[in-house]
Design a protein around this ligand. Structure first.
Ligand code: K2U
Ligand code: NI
Length: 184
């Protein structure tokens, strides 16, 4: 199982690389890596397991964060209706998105960043993502709210982008016009 010391921290060059497409159908090794990512996110949200192994809670994790520069991500998050969404994806791609932006009023954090970086991260309010699941099925996901924010945060990790790259240093809490505030 992935533990905190398996998670690379900022300044590790792998977090700034463009991760490589995963050849499909996925190899057993790549399937095991993706399964370990979704396992971490689920474990980190289980108070007993998180406590026992000192896991920092997360709603997503990308392969570069465990030093694997391949296009794989895991997202495990409740949508605004309280439905549990759980995605373990190969080669996710944002194929369309809203013009409208959204941001978490709490700001963002990152399992690879051991410090607070205050400020709003403006992302697309809605995204449509195409990907292949752990089971090898092609999916097209239409997401909004926190799931959309999380999916964009994870796909950014595949492109070497960190959440604080978006924060306006001079006015970190400036809100872009018409941006939707998301409470979490
Ligand atoms: O990729 C990661 O480092 C995991 C992040 C993903 C994330 C950060 C900010 C906004 C959306 C997703 C961790 O989940 S940070 C912890 C967290 C937990 C709940 C909500 C937001 C962030
Ligand atoms: Ni992150």
């Amino acid at each position: 199982m992935i533990k905190m010391n398996d998670i690379v921290r900022e300044d590790d060059p792998v977090l700034r690389e463009k991760a490589k497409e995963v050849p499909l159908p996925a190899s057993e090794e790549d399937k095991a890596i993706l399964a370990s990512l979704i396992e971490y996110v689920k474990n980190s949200q289980d108070p007993e397991i998180a406590e026992k192994y000192g896991l920092r809670p997360g709603i997503g994790l990308a392969a570069p964060q465990i030093g694997v520069s391949k296009r794989m991500i895991a997202v495990h998050v409740n949508d605004e209706n309280g439905n549990q969404l759980s995605y373990a994806l190969f080669n996710p791609k944002i194929v369309s998105h809203s013009v409208e932006k959204a941001y978490l009023t709490s700001g963002e954090g990152c399992l690879s960043v051991d410090r607070n970086v205050p400020g709003y991260v403006h992302r697309y309010a809605r995204v449509t993502v195409k990907a292949v699941t752990l089971e090898g099925e092609e999916v097209k996901l239409r997401l909004k709210g926190l799931p959309a924010i999380c999916m964009q945060h994870e796909i950014d990790h595949l492109n070497g982008v960190m959440f604080y790259d978006y924060i306006n240093e001079k006015a970190p809490f400036q809100i872009e016009e018409n941006a939707q505030a998301i409470e979490r």
